[in-house]
Write a protein that binds this ligand. Structure first.
Ligand code: F6R
Length: 614
């Protein structure tokens, strides 16, 4: 949530910052701003409510000549989206400017103390408190900016990734992190900083992921220096970025979301590669191989995640319980810490997060570790906090997901959970060699099945026109198709703003059935599985009440075809592997409905991709 970017070098900083902000806009887009330090030491701050494009229009007639600066795109936490609450924030004397991602929990106490010292505030943000605090300390102690930042951060409770610049010093940016991501790019005679590496991937592949409690001094013409809050140097650990610029472009698609839906055959191949032998017989997951005793002896698995990742977690429960016979519970990470959790060293906690930065999931991990559980992470963003905070894990390897609505990351997560379940089953002997081989062979075919399903694109686009103007939708599924129903409903509501409920199909008669009429379409996920007969009854129950039905069925289905208003067919496959296949048509359906309604598919209102606040 919120994206920050900074640059120091010989290029025009404004162009680099604006391009960087566009790349980070998935993190928040209710206001944006830049602070530029000109070669003569003049500090100029420009901000505008709304998307980065508004900021660009605002800056069109400004003097933007500078070679150092910082910028921010905001997802509001303290104070409404407005010009005054947009970052960067100034100190009262206009000497320093700060951008910040995170929340300062004790900002009220600090603010009151500063007001008592005569400080005046111009925004409702916690960030302005930090800017004023740093400057107050600097003036009081007559110390350097670095020293003032260090002293100020010692007083701060909360999460932050910050960048600070000062007037009269076009050669230095100070940056620091605590529980919010910050990465520094080291180029030739130039340095970058950002919430993730996307703003500078075309300039350098040499990156340093700042750790919690570290402060970086980024100086023109000097090597990067990193210290902790006690001013002890912690070293500079440079790693090579595995990301290409083409992954950050739309590649001819009108939206990132559509591109990402269509990328799934490739992303799933990348996710499976090296993890299933060519003959399907062996499942090879390093995170399991390196910790066999944990997976052999664990008595329970607890999955923690939020949103779409939580839906993937629900599928993980079905997969692991079916294949490994280990009890699994799935918790919303946001509720986990308030549910009086009971864990011990016999538990494995699996934390799932695309971004690897979700604050609630990170908090759940901390609790799990403190209680002695073995914590395993499943995430997409290499070098993000969750892979670093967990003892072992798996990347989903689907590449940067930029559309705010998660698509390829969801199928990647479900794929990793499928492989994990197969790997644990192989280790514990809960599936025979033949059963593993049969499923392994099918897993290898999934990318081609997804290719087949994507051929429904034209048909789904046509159907979307019929369903665009409904105000409410019900999504139903049973067994493996129940989490798919939840995910389908979430996709629709988050990008089209149509109310949609996902339900286990049999629960419908305990309440939601009262909603059914001709106005409310029901989407039923009904592949041929061991619950097929039961879901046919549910389809009939909806039809008997005049409901309109769109069903996802298995190729050749004739029973539901005769009852439902519309059907979309997916290939025949083993029951436990159907979720990846049945979720793809639902992604396309939500996409086209949102496009028909003229919604901003890649940046839906109020949302941000990386939720780094509680
Ligand atoms: C929905 C969506 C969100 C995320 C949730 C968790 O399309 O993207 O519901 O799934 O915010 O995010 P991660 O997976 O980054 O922890």
């Amino acid at each position: 949530m919120c994206g920050i970017v900074g640059y120091i070098g010989n290029e025009n900083v404004y162009d680099i910052l604006i391009k960087g902000l566009h790349r980070l806009e998935y993190r928040g887009y209710d206001s944006a701003g830049v602070a530029l330090v000109a070669p003569d030491g003049k500090l100029s701050v420009y901000k505008a409510r709304g998307k980065v494009s508004n900021l660009e229009s605002f800056c069109a007639d400004k003097n933007l000549d500078a070679r150092a600066g910082i910028a921010h795109t905001r997802w509001a936490t303290h104070g409404e989206p407005s010009d005054k609450n947009a970052h960067p924030h100034f100190s009262e004397d206009g000497e320093i400017a700060v951008v910040h991602n995170g929340t300062i929990e004790n900002y009220k106490v600090l603010k009151d103390a500063l007001i008592a010292q005569g400080c005046k505030f111009h925004s409702e943000t916690d960030t302005e408190v930090l800017a004023q605090l740093i400057e107050y300390i600097r003036v009081e102690n007559q110390c350097s900016l670095l020293s003032a930042v260090r002293k100020a951060l010692r007083q701060v409770v909360g999460a932050y990734a910050i960048a600070v610049v000062e007037k009269n010093n076009p050669d230095t940016i100070i940056a620091a992190r605590q529980s919010s991501p910050l990465v520094i790019g080291i180029g030739e005679n130039e340095m970058f900083l950002a919430s993730d590496a996307t703003p500078f991937v075309e300039y350098t592949k040499d990156v340093v992921y700042l750790k919690d409690g570290e402060i970086a001094v980024i100086q023109r013409g000097k090597p990067l220096k990193v210290t902790n809050l006690d001013n002890v140097e912690t070293g500079v650990d440079v790693t090579t970025l595995q990301m290409s610029i083409s992954e950050l472009e739309k590649g001819g698609y009108p939206h990132f979301m559509l591109k990402e839906i269509f990328e799934q055959p490739r992303t799933l191949r990348d996710c499976i590669r090296g993890r299933v032998s060519d003959d399907g017989k062996r499942i090879n997951i390093n995170g399991i191989n390196d910790h066999k005793d944990k997976f052999l002896n664990c008595k329970r698995i607890v999955i923690v995640a939020c949103g779409t990742s939580w839906h993937a977690g629900l599928l993980g429960r079905y997969l692991i319980q079916e294949m490994c016979h280990i009890p699994v519970v799935v918790e919303y990470a946001s509720e986990f810490r308030y549910s009086y959790p009971v864990l011990d060293e016999n538990d494995i906690v699996i934390a799932i997060s695309q971004s690897g930065e979700t604050a609630d999931t990170l908090a759940a991990i901390k609790i799990a570790k403190s209680m002695g559980a073995f914590v395993f992470g499943i995430s997409n963003v290499v070098g993000s906090s969750i892979p670093r905070e967990t003892y072992a894990g798996c990347y989903i390897h689907v590449g940067p997901e930029i559309g705010v609505a998660s698509t390829k990351a969801f199928t990647g997560q479900v794929m990793v959970l499928t492989l994990l379940a197969l790997g644990i089953a192989q280790l514990r002997g809960t599936k025979s060699e033949d059963e593993i081989r049969a499923l392994g062979e099918e897993v290898l075919r999934i990318p081609s099945y997804v290719e087949e399903v994507l051929k429904l694109d034209k048909e789904i686009r046509r159907l979307s026109l019929i369903y665009t103007y409904a105000h409410n939708f019900l999504y139903l599924g049973r067994g493996y198709s129940y989490p798919v129903a939840l995910e389908g409903a979430l996709k629709l509501k988050e990008i089209s703003y149509i109310h949609a409920e996902g339900y286990p199909a049999a629960e419908m008669k305990h309440g939601p059935i009262a909603l059914i009429d001709q106005e409310m379409p029901t989407v039923i996920i009904a592949p041929q599985d061991h619950l097929y007969e039961k879901i046919v009854s549910n389809v009939q129950q909806v039809k008997a009440r005049g409901g309109n039905i769109l069903a996802i069925v298995t190729e050749g289905d004739s029973v539901i075809r005769n009852i439902a208003d519309h059907v979309l067919e997916v290939p025949v496959m083993p029951e436990c592997l159907t979720p990846i296949i049945t979720s793809v048509p639902l992604q396309l359906l939500s996409y086209y409905i949102a496009v028909n309604k003229g919604k901003d598919v890649d940046m839906p209102r109020n949302l941000a991709k990386s939720v780094t606040v509680e």
